[in-house]
Design a binder for this molecule. Structure first.
Ligand SMILES: O=C(O)Cc1cc(O)ccc1O
Ligand SMILES: [Fe+2]
Length: 455
């Protein structure tokens, strides 16, 4: 069999994805809708959704109707996101929220660290002591202010314990979660999602969710304080390519009717608050709308690149973008560096040396990043802030400037990614010292690049 034919197209759980009736697929025993931000309806009990109206005087099956708005009521129709939830009890029924001191969130970037240096971190440590997803959240970098709905934050989660009888919702923005180690079994108000390394998920503002793990688990989170992630426009690429809409998967309704104490955490102004209630918040029996979490397998990304010469800008690998009101300017682009063929002629093929008016935060899910010989490891990170010069290290430059330019598979068994923001980010004390993961000699990778100039 030819090499290419042997190479699996999809990794991990997507390999088992099956059609499961009209507009649905099934994976790991969970049914999902396919598509992105579509208007859908889902019932975990037949007859639970009212027909012809959202708020009947009495809802079917004795449920309460509740609207969850992801955009202002008045935003234009094609950007208007909201869902109607039909639940056993409304979300409003809980004891008062009290501030709790857990995790390492940065409540503000005003006093965070300004550092224009190239920054790199070893794999962030996963604690040995029992730590759940909420307790294991730490902010690395960011800019802006959640209360002004303006900005972004990059976090690491590192945990080993499930969120038993607990849920979290984020008032500050949307989470794009990138697992690096350990599969996440996520319960949400909209249903369940299983998200393995090399998959990502987006859980939008306000949605209650619970993260369950089976062992040491780590990953990256990009939080956006405004807007929502969407597919990039394809321009002259045409109607298909990059991340295709049908590969996005949204949970179908699932609920638990559990009258036991639950803690609900609220992330509000980048701080945690906790409230108790006497029942599970995962009591949504049916829902309809277009505001719902989703997941995506990065192995489904259709890679497009130069087949003639030169290194194409990494925007060609954009999976999702969170736009600003300025056309073409992202608050954050989520970009990957997937396995692919490299065929460019008379070209220095790795990333070029560059200085960017965007800030580039990179992580590695698995494998080895093409622009760095060593030192950038899975579970670690780099930050090249606005106008911070960077590019291939010396070893990579020397190899690639002399390499024989045959067609070559690059980044095989690898998945690096980038959160690229138009903001100028600051780092946190946790990132710079508390985590113990920062490499203080990173700048040395560019040391000794020889003078090749021939006058
Ligand atoms: O800096 C990086 O490694 C990311 C990156 C990759 C690339 O191919 C071109 C530009 C760029 O910023
Ligand atoms: Fe870069």
């Amino acid at each position: 069999m030819a090499e290419a034919a042997k190479r699996p197209k999809v990794e991990a759980s997507s390999a088992q994805r099956k059609q499961a009736g009209h507009g649905l697929v099934e994976e790991d025993g969970i049914k999902y809708f396919t598509g992105l931000n579509q208007e859908v309806s889902s019932e975990a009990r037949a007859g639970a959704l009212p027909q012809g109206q959202n708020a009947p005087q009495q809802c079917p099956l004795g449920l309460y109707a509740e609207q969850l708005s992801g955009t202002a009521f008045t935003q234009p129709r094609k950007e208007n996101f909201r869902s109607w939830l039909y639940r056993i009890r409304p979300a409003a029924g809980h004891e008062p929220y009290k501030a709790v001191d857990i995790g390492n969130l940065a409540p503000s970037f005003a006093d965070a660290v300004s550092d224009p240096n190239q920054l790199r971190w070893n794999p962030f440590p996963i604690p040995d002591a029992p730590t759940n997803f909420v307790q294991g959240l730490s902010t690395v970098a960011g800019a802006g202010d959640a209360s002004m709905r303006s900005g972004t934050a990059f976090h690491i989660y590192a945990c080993n314990t499930s969120m038993d009888h607990a849920a979290l919702y984020n008032s500050d923005g949307d989470f794009l979660i990138v697992p690096q180690q350990g599969t996440l079994d996520i319960k949400t108000e909209f249903g369940k999602m299983k998200v393995a390394p090399n998959e990502i998920c987006v859980i939008q503002r306000g949605i209650r969710f619970q993260v369950n793990v089976t062992g040491p688990s780590r990953g990256y989170i990009c939080e956006v304080f405004s807007g929502h992630f969407e597919l990039p426009s394809l321009g002259p690429i045409g109607a298909n390519g990059l991340a295709n809409p049908r590969d996005f998967m949204t949970p179908t309704a699932w609920f638990e009717d559990v009258d036991e104490p639950y803690t609900v955490y609220s992330k509000y102004h980048q701080r945690f608050f906790a409230a108790t209630q006497d029942h599970s918040p995962f009591d949504v029996v049916a829902w309809h709308g277009n505001y719902a979490p989703f997941k995506y397998n990065l192995a489904d990304f259709n890679v497009i690149n130069s087949v003639s010469f030169d290194h194409i800008d990494p925007s060609i690998f954009t999976v999702l973008t969170c736009p600003t009101p300025v056309p073409g300017l992202a608050l954050v682009d989520f970009v990957i560096f997937p396995p692919r063929w490299s065929v460019q002629e008379h070209t220095f093929r790795p990333p070029y040396y560059h200085r960017n008016c965007m800030s580039e935060f990179m992580g590695l899910i698995h494998g080895h990043y093409e622009a760095k010989a060593e030192g950038f490891q899975p579970g670690g990170a780099t930050l090249h802030s606005m106008m911070t010069p960077h590019g291939p290290d010396r070893q990579c430059f020397e190899g690639a400037s002399k390499a024989k330019l045959v067609p070559e598979r690059v980044a095989e068994g690898t998945q690096a990614f980038m959160f690229e923001t138009s903001l100028s980010v600051k780092t946190t004390a946790w990132a710079m010292t508390g985590s113990g993961a920062r490499q203080d000699k990173y700048h040395k990778v560019w040391e000794g690049l020889p003078k090749l100039f021939k006058a």
